[in-house]
Design a binder for this molecule. Structure first.
Ligand SMILES: Cc1cc2nc3c(=O)[nH]c(=O)nc-3n(C[C@H](O)[C@H](O)[C@H](O)COP(=O)(O)OP(=O)(O)OC[C@H]3O[C@@H](n4cnc5c(N)ncnc54)[C@H](O)[C@@H]3O)c2cc1C
Length: 393
């Protein structure tokens, strides 16, 4: 038995359901040609590509949060496509062809993003990226030896010449005296990026239904069931829930991975600008004006960081503060705030783009470079959905 109280139906078991007005119910339950679950960069880019390719389609995006609540507005804002040690590692594990395919996705994704969002709207700056090394780290010698090979590989893959070059590290004596520079990397403000993409999608007719947390997908009835007790019908459903996908589809090979981030207050005479990678990208830092943003170190506590729960832990905080002191002595006394975000990762780095059945498609497992891949994957998802609806690309 339910009791109605303050617009909630409360069951004797304590279960609560929000009571909708007729108007809200009509809006939430309206059927769209394509329903996208997840309003991060992947879902929003999919919606944009759909209405750009097929303007007559009715497209809606559902999310539990007003803008997004996963990685797209929590990340470090690196617009990057792979540091030298990461590329060498990936080539050794996946081979040249697979690595080239993924690098190309990142490169084309960045181009697409930059074609949609004006640089000044997302504070994009192409200040370049660097990989830094410890003294005595044997991976530097390996990268140095393979630098020409990597440049050739990237020239063939993305058409950019002389991507990596050696630079003297005149900034930090606690790191090795050489670093690798990549002038093609940039940085941006991810929340402004997402806000612009979502406004653009709205202008093109996409409807956003936010504050709706989906707890179940019933494929046979083509229904989404929300935590609040709404049932929402769909025709074609695109799942872009990335690191949270397992709660709806436990069998999908994508795992949550938390990343913790800090930002300092403004610091005097910050000695660097640009984006920096360390230890195959497990640590990353950049300047935000005169502040330092630093994140990662997940590799120092893999077990506890394999979670889809937001939060900060003392272990990672201590490790990041220790690292921060190497970048700018005294900065750990000047931390303004901490946060975390949730990645979707797997045992391979390729994103998953696959049909679950004839009406449900998945676009997940963006890994650590979703700012780059998101727009590319969205475009591919839109193409697939279009074909399933009878369009020829
Ligand atoms: C701390 C951190 C730093 C990073 N730094 C960078 C970087 O510098 N450069 C880079 O390229 N990449 C970076 N990444 C990775 C990048 O942010 C992600 O790969 C990318 O944002 C993934 O986008 P997405 O849209 O697939 O997923 P998300 O942004 O996670 O979006 C998924 C959406 O689904 C919604 N959702 C999930 N489940 C449900 C549900 N049941 N009901 C309703 N809504 C639901 C969530 O609210 C969320 O909005 C970083 C990630 C993190 C966490």
């Amino acid at each position: 038995m339910y009791l109605c109280q303050n617009d909630l139906l409360i069951h004797q078991s304590g279960h609560k359901i929000m009571v909708l007005s007729f108007w809200e119910k009509e809006f939430i339950q309206e059927k769209f040609d394509v329903t996208i679950l997840g309003a991060g960069i992947t879902g929003t880019s999919t919606a944009l590509s759909l209405v750009e390719k097929y303007p007559e389609l009715k497209v809606c995006v559902i999310d539990r949060a007003p803008v997004s609540l996963g990685a797209s507005t929590k990340n470090a804002g690196f617009a990057c496509f792979g540091s030298p040690t990461e590329l060498i590692h990936d080539i050794s594990v996946m081979g040249e062809q697979k690595t080239a395919d993924i690098v190309k996705m990142r490169w084309l994704g960045l181009k697409k993003l930059l074609s949609r969002v004006p640089e000044e709207k997302m504070f994009y700056q192409q200040n370049g990226g660097y990989e830094v090394f410890d003294h005595g780290d044997s991976s530097f010698a390996m990268v140095e030896k393979k630098l020409e090979y990597l440049n050739q590989f990237l020239a063939e893959t993305i058409g950019a010449q002389h991507v990596f070059s050696l630079e003297n590290n005149t900034i930090w004596s606690s790191f090795y005296q050489k670093m690798i520079f990549n002038p093609f990397e940039g940085s941006l403000q991810p929340a402004y990026m997402m806000s612009f993409l979502q406004s653009l999608a709205r202008q093109k007719g996409v409807v956003f239904k936010t504050g709706v947390s989906v707890k179940e997908v019933i494929p046979e009835q083509k229904l989404l069931i929300s935590e609040e007790g709404f049932s929402i019908p769909f025709q074609k459903l695109c799942i872009t829930t990335n690191g949270f996908t397992k709660t709806l589809f436990p069998e999908v090979n994508v795992f949550p991975a938390r990343n913790q981030v800090l930002i300092t207050r403004e610091l005097a005479d910050l000695p660097f600008s640009g984006c920096f990678h360390y230890q195959e990208g497990y640590y990353y830092y950049r300047n935000v004006g005169n502040r330092i943003l630093l994140g990662g170190a997940r590799n120092t506590d893999i077990q506890n960081e394999s979670t889809d729960q937001f939060g900060n832990t003392l272990k990672i905080q201590h490790e990041l503060m220790r690292f921060l002191e190497r970048l700018y002595p005294g900065a750990s006394e000047n931390i303004e705030m901490w946060w975390s975000g949730i990645l979707g990762i797997g045992n391979v780095k390729e994103p998953i783009l696959s049909w679950k059945d004839e009406d449900i498609i998945l676009g997940v497992r963006l890994g650590g470079m979703g700012v780059a891949i998101g727009s590319f994957l969205g475009d591919k998802l839109a193409g697939e959905i279009g074909i399933s609806l009878g369009y020829t690309e």
